[in-house]
Design a protein around this ligand. Structure first.
Ligand code: NAD
Length: 436
């Protein structure tokens, strides 16, 4: 069988690439060994957000998982329909790149011009005794099907997955402990964000231990024990019904290439140029499988649009310089562009201003927890270069600031835009005015 383009992996990167290529008149085959929609839709972003939305003490655990499943199924059905409309051939099975331009799946060879690898990532493991015991879960285990009801949970890793699951299980009334190896949770984000999120988690009864070194896990499901060394060097232990390991994700490339196909890799992940080219001609990669990529669904999706445009000889349409990131805690967290510390590290002189939720009508009406919108502007030009938000709907508000940064908008220009009242968005205009 012959096609113009083969896509391996049907997550947000893969299905977007397939749609984009088909819309340009290319014949497209997409290989997916599991479910179309990938981690994001089936075992990641969407199910977590559905569960976070519905979780509250005393919530019916089975009912919230049933609704989560309904949301996931509706979205997945929509994607499957769209792929069908676009006449993308979807092949269910694990594909192997047998040779440049040849993909094999279930004994069938597919000859293609270009191959786009979009196989994503899987939860990374850590070298700790007991890590493979039943009762030690990944985020997949806790999200799939009927979920795992736990009245207490130890989370190893205080990154994005760690804090979102801490929020969700604490909202459901569970006793949660987060053990983070570095000096603070959410290490890549602004220090002040980590402080706020830690404070809000603690208010919900979550124990947050930074600079904690996990040394071993014992027990059986329902009765687990995690040993660790705390920041003062004291040996400690914490008991819980289950343990979630959320220590990052690694690229899915196992068994993907035949011995004759050897694209350059770094710790399994594919090394690519900015356009998504691997070291093998006509072999491209997008999303979590790319070495050094920011592992976010919207990054994979944007790269899909760019890689297909490049393959078809067009200019890549997406601006990859500005990537907003969101954390679904309560209140929500979002960040885009440079932080104050980041700007300093790059030698850029910046000014910052902050608007507090305590002075915002909508936040007070909703009784939201304390937070802020902080803007970072280039001292010389006045251009907004970064924003950090801890407030209700931060994850939606951040899009305005991504636009402002992308267009080179100054604080003065942002301050001139009328923001509706009473809304949380007034925090943006207040912070902008404080910079003028
Ligand atoms: P992460 O990289 O965000 O966080 C992993 C954390 O584990 C880090 O803080 C790290 O210091 C810590 N850690 C590593 N080894 C440890 C150890 N032995 N003991 C204790 N702590 C240890 O990774 P994640 O939270 O697993 O998420 C994986 C990816 O998925 C990330 O790239 C994340 O951005 C993405 N994701 C995004 C969202 C979102 O956008 N809202 C939600 C979930 C996941």
């Amino acid at each position: 069988m012959t096609y113009d383009i083969a896509i391996v992996g049907g997550g947000p990167g893969g299905y977007t690439a397939a749609e984009e290529a088909a819309a340009r008149g290319c014949s497209v085959v997409l290989f997916e060994r599991d479910l179309v929609g990938g981690t994001c839709l089936n075992r990641g972003c969407i199910p977590t957000k559905a569960l976070l939305h519905d979780s509250a003490p005393g919530a019916d655990f089975a009912a919230i998982h049933t609704r989560k499943q309904a949301v996931v199924t509706q979205l997945r059905t929509g994607i499957e329909k769209l792929l069908k409309q676009r006449k993308v051939s979807v092949v269910r099975g694990a594909a192997t790149i047998a040779a440049p331009g040849v993909v094999e799946c279930d004994g069938q060879a597919y000859e293609v011009r270009d191959i786009v690898i979009a196989t994503g990532s899987a939860a990374a493991t850590i070298p700790v005794p007991g890590i493979d015991l039943p009762g030690v879960y990944t985020s997949n285990d806790l999200l799939e099907g009927e979920g795992v009801a736990l009245s207490s949970l130890v989370i190893v890793g205080g990154g994005v997955i760690g804090v979102e699951f801490a929020t969700m299980y604490a909202q459901l009334g569970a006793r949660v402990t987060v053990l983070e190896a570095t000096q603070r949770i959410l290490p890549p984000l602004d220090r002040e964000i980590a402080q706020r999120v830690t404070m809000h988690l603690k208010k919900r009864g979550v124990v947050v231990e930074a600079s904690a070194r996990v040394t071993g896990i014992e027990g059986e499901p329902g009765s687990m024990l995690v040993r660790y060394v705390d920041k003062r060097g004291n040996e400690k232990m914490v008991e819980a019904e289950g343990v979630l390991v959320a220590c990052g994700r690694r690229a899915n490339t196992d068994g993907l290439f035949s011995p004759e196909v050897t694209p350059e890799r770094s710790r399994g992940a594919l090394v690519c140029d900015e356009a998504g080219r691997t070291s093998v001609e006509h072999l491209w990669a997008i999303g979590d499988v790319v070495a050094g990529n920011i592992q976010l669904a919207h990054v994979a999706e944007a790269q899909a649009r760019n890689v297909v445009a490049t393959i078809c000889g067009e200019e890549p349409p997406m601006d990859m310089r500005i990537v907003p990131s969101c954390v679904y805690t309560s209140p929500e967290v979002a960040s885009v562009g440079l932080t104050e510390d980041g700007a300093k590290a790059e030698g850029i002189a910046v000014r910052t201003a902050k608007a507090l939720t305590g002075a915002n009508g909508k936040c007070l009406v909703e009784g939201s927890e304390s937070g802020y919108v902080k803007l970072v502007a280039d001292t010389e030009t006045g251009a907004i270069v970064g924003a950090q938000l801890v407030c209700p709907r931060a994850t939606d508000l951040v899009a305005e600031l991504a636009l402002a940064i992308s267009l080179g908008c100054t604080a003065a220009q942002l301050a001139r835009v009328i923001h509706p009242h009473p809304t949380v968005s007034e925090l943006v205009s207040s912070a902008a005015r404080a910079l003028v």
